[in-house]
Each structure stands twice: as structure tokens, then as C-alpha cells.
Design a protein around this ligand. Structure first.
Ligand code: SF4
Ligand code: SF4
Length: 366
């Protein structure tokens, strides 16, 4: 991108229209009493590794968000250099936003070390909300017990390193059980028109307990393409913050335009939207990268993406030649998979990566 293009985009992003001001409306984030914008900036694409972008673009995104009045940025210790880039971009502007980060560690000592490192990387003296990252059902007991990570979260809060404790998980049962303990001020979960489990019990329970709600994967990791309707969907629910992961300024601006609507989906619109996404099923990749790294250096989200666009969309015969050539040239890459199964274990949705690799290989080995 040239300097002129970047400048024009920055101008666009620093001049929100009246129509777009809707997203800057602040909501109370449950018992934290923090007043946050309904739209927050998601931290996965703010990593040069996971988002495939540059530090310069990441800084532009952070500044564009702040210039728009967006005051919530979420990240994690496991999003590679995301915390580092955010810390760098926020120099001189730390007071303008609420930072939420996460630790994927599970023991007291490991979580404490992680929090100290997060403070270092984010170049701040405090983290507003620090969250347990993606807790699984089998980890609950040890995490909450003696020597478990929860002890570190309490200690960090008591010492002022963090202000509030949040929970994130892909398992509704874990979140329902744990927010009842009163230990957590916020809860973050995947929620969109395809992943609707939270609407039954979790969302009403969080509201009744005054636990702040943060939605991740509003577009199901990019699988949902109808952004306007996808964002409108959230106006039908009592959720506080919706995280928006964007990799560049045009995407940021486009999402802002789509988000800047406060109308609800009518029952007819909701039904039509459900039909529109029905073909996705449940087994699609959310590009969260929890399955990474692969010991044999395969980029698993790309492989699954390839599966969707090659195996599902075309037969070998009717595939456009450029796609066929691309698939064939990737055979060596696919052959590197030794079917160790580690990615399937780590994936919160247990996507059948090995079978998808086999189907791709079968298709392109002709
Ligand atoms: S099963 Fe294949 S793709 Fe998955 S981690 Fe193992 S080698 Fe990598
Ligand atoms: S395969 Fe699973 S863990 Fe990996 S990016 Fe896709 S949804 Fe995430």
C-alpha cells in the first residue's frame, strides 16, 4: 500500500459518519462497571504470524479503532506477537482503551509468569481484564483447585496487576458451571447464527449474575460472508461486546459500516439467514489456529480452507484449471502430514483434519 493510499484510508477511518457512531455507543460490561464500546478489536489478526500482516498495518488498525472511539482490545499470550504489537501501538494511548488478555496456562506458577510476561509485552502496569483462555471440561477441577491457575488470577487481581478476571471457553457447560461460582467478572464465548448454544442458558444466566458477556467469532472465523446480517443478529441478544478480527484497514472500514446498524433481525430475516448458512454445517474451520503448530509445518487452517474450496465446491472434472493446478502443486505439502492426530486433539471443534487431508490427496492424485 502506498503512503497516499494509507493516508486516504486513515482519513476515512478517523472521520466516522453519524451513521457509524452507533458502534461507539458504550455499554456497561456487567459487574466490572467498565463502559465499553459494543464493538471491540479482536487480537488474533494483530499478530504478524497469525494474521499474516505487518507491524505497520497492525499499528494503523489499533489507531484507527481508537480514533473511532472503540475502546476494547482483546488479545492473548498465545496469539504469537499480538500483545507485543498492541503494546507498541498503544504507546502514549494506553489510557484510551480497555485491554483484555488471556493465559492458556493452567497452574498457579505458570499463570503468574504468563501475566508478568503479558504486562511486559503490552508495556502496561495493569491489564483491565485477564482471562482464562479456552478452558476444557477435563481441566476445570485442577484449574480451580489447590495450586491451580485460579490462585494466580486471584493473587494478580489482589496485587493490582489485573483488575478483573474473565473466563473463555468453547464449552457452554464449563462456562455455566464456573460463572455460578462468582469468581468471574466476564465470560467470552463463540456465538453466531451457526453456533447458537449460548442463547439457551449461558446468555440469560450471565445477565442474571451480572457477568459481562464478550462474543468471539461473530462471523464464525470468516465462514459467514453476509456481514451486515451477521452483525444485525447480535442486536437480538443481550450480549455486551462483539469482537471483530480484521487484518487491514479496508476490512476494518467495511466491518464498521456493516456493524453500524442497530435494527433487530425480524423472525423472517432470521429464518432466511439460517437457511443461507445451513450449507456450512458445523464442521467448518474458524481459523482460530489452536491446532497449530503442526510438527511437520503444515498450515492446518489453510489446508481446511482448501478442502472447502476444492473438495466441497467442485468435482475434479469441473474444477477451474487454475484451482486444479494449485491443488496438484500442494500435494507435496499434504504428503508431509504423518497423521499424528495432534491437530485434531487441540482443535476445540475436533475437526477431522486427517480425513480432509486424505480427501484432498485423493482428489488431486489423479
Ligand atoms: S495430523 Fe498431520 S496436519 Fe495434523 S498435526 Fe499431525 S502432521 Fe500436522
Ligand atoms: S482446525 Fe480447528 S483449531 Fe485449527 S484453525 Fe480450524 S477451527 Fe481452529
Amino acid at each position: 500500500m502506498s503512503f497516499c493510499q494509507a493516508h486516504v484510508l486513515m482519513e476515512m477511518c478517523t472521520s466516522p459518519s453519524a451513521h457509524e457512531r452507533h458502534i461507539m455507543k458504550k455499554v456497561r460490561l456487567g459487574r466490572t462497571n467498565l463502559h465499553v464500546t459494543r464493538w471491540g478489536l479482536g487480537g488474533i489478526p494483530l499478530s504478524t504470524v497469525m494474521g499474516g500482516t505487518t507491524e505497520e498495518v497492525i499499528a494503523q488498525l489499533v489507531h484507527a479503532a481508537l480514533d473511532y472511539g472503540i475502546n476494547f482490545i482483546d488479545t492473548s499470550r498465545v496469539y504469537m506477537d499480538s500483545e507485543t504489537n498492541i503494546g507498541q501501538a498503544l504507546k502514549g494511548r494506553r489510557h484510551e482503551c480497555i485491554i483484555a488478555s488471556k493465559s492458556y496456562k493452567r497452574t498457579r506458577d505458570d499463570v503468574l509468569a504468563d501475566i508478568e510476561e503479558s504486562l511486559n509485552q503490552l508495556q502496561t502496569d495493569w491489564i483491565d481484564i485477564h482471562q482464562v483462555h479456552a478452558l476444557y471440561p477435563h481441566e476445570v477441577q485442577s484449574f480451580m483447585g489447590k495450586g491451580g491457575g485460579m490462585e494466580a488470577f486471584r493473587k494478580a487481581r489482589d496485587e493490582g496487576m489485573i483488575k478483573f478476571i474473565g473466563l473463555t471457553s468453547h464449552h457452554v457447560s464449563v462456562m455455566v458451571e464456573l460463572i455460578k461460582t462468582g469468581e468471574f467478572d466476564t465470560v467470552m464465548f463463540p456465538f453466531n447464527v451457526i453456533e447458537r448454544e449460548p442463547e439457551q442458558e449461558l446468555i440469560p444466566l450471565a445477565a442474571s449474575l451480572d457477568v459481562g458477556t464478550i462474543v468471539m467469532k461473530p462471523l464464525a472465523g470468516g465462514a459467514i460472508r453476509n456481514i451486515k446480517t451477521a452483525f444485525k443478529f447480535f442486536n437480538n441478544y443481550q450480549v455486551d461486546v462483539i469482537l471483530n478480527g480484521v487484518s487491514n484497514l479496508p476490512e476494518f472500514h467495511e466491518n464498521i459500516r456493516c456493524a453500524a446498524r442497530d435494527a433487530h433481525l425480524t423472525p423472517e430475516e432470521l429464518r432466511a439467514f439460517e437457511q443461507e448458512v445451513a450449507c456450512l454445517g458445523k464442521e467448518f474451520c474458524r481459523r482460530c489456529s489452536y491446532c497449530m503448530p503442526c510438527p511437520n509445518d503444515l498450515h492446518i487452517p489453510d489446508m481446511i480452507h482448501l478442502f472447502w474450496h476444492m473438495v466441497k465446491d467442485y468435482s475434479y472434472e469441473n474444477m477451474p484449471p487454475e484451482k486444479r493446478n494449485m491443488g496438484e502443486s500442494l500435494m507435496i505439502w499434504l504428503q508431509a502430514c504423518e497423521e499424528c492426530g495432534k491437530c485434531e486433539e487441540k482443535c476445540p471443534y475436533h475437526l477431522p483434519t486427517i480425513n480432509r487431508k486424505k480427501e484432498l490427496m485423493e482428489k488431486f492424485s489423479r
